[in-house]
Design a protein around this ligand. Sequence first.
Ligand SMILES: [Zn+2]
Length: 302
Amino acid sequence: MSSQGKFSVLRSILRTLGLSQEAVDEIVDRIVDFLSADEPSAADKEVYPYALRDDFLSPAELSFYRVLATVVDPEIRICTKVALGDLFYAKIKDSSDWRRYTNKIDRKHVDFLLCDGQTMRPLAGIELDDSSHRREDRQARDHFVNRVFATAALPLIRVPARRGYAPVELRAVLGEWAAEEKAAEPVAESTPARVDAVYDKKPAPSPAPPPTPTPKPATTAPVSPSPQITQPASAAALPGTSLFGPPPVVDPVEPAPPRCPKCGDEMVLRTAKSGANSGGQFWGCTNYPKCRGIVQYQPTAN
Ligand SMILES: [Zn+2]
């Protein structure tokens, strides 16, 4: 029972004994004073057996970090030891499955994470592979981490651990990654990732892409051309047809919720609170804020 509850029981007992309200208040106040003066609070008794570690970064990690800091674009921020649980989430509704898959990423981290300096949006992970990565258990762990990054479409760069790093070599490794990113950029323009611009309060978000059950990772090689190009001009003119996708299966009153283009999950109608579309409706992912996938809301034509 909470102390609040205990005192209300005490008050009712005292009143049953025939004491006036004033007398009851007086007694309860005295008891409260007495208890708070003598009893050390629970927080005071709590033990904190913690100390600062000297090895936040290993010598190899520190030496790598120093070179990395000279090599990456000044607009990029380097985070060290980022928990996978802070980066990824399990998109599962069943709570026991959710726990199971969350546990799998809970106590793992990635050595370095490169983020956009303005938005801190994760751009790529970097793993420093030392000799322990050749052990069988480590390989299973590495394979798992590789798959997690790949599924979530976040590049993971593996760099063999060395005693020292030449900036030239590191620049070459990162250059390869940056080149791949650039090659993938035209696709990124038409992928759901761009729709995030709404959340960034940029003036004109790109049109929403068609809802697809399996999201295409933003960083993969071009798979399909921009939806605006593939859309036949005649289809766009049909009544009740979405400009940017096939006509949704419509309920006479409410259009059927699309699937999230980013994670494939369910979507719900939301009202924009800020930005250019403020007050307007849009389809938001039910995994928000973990997934910020959105789809333009097209009210039925008639
Ligand atoms: Zn989503």
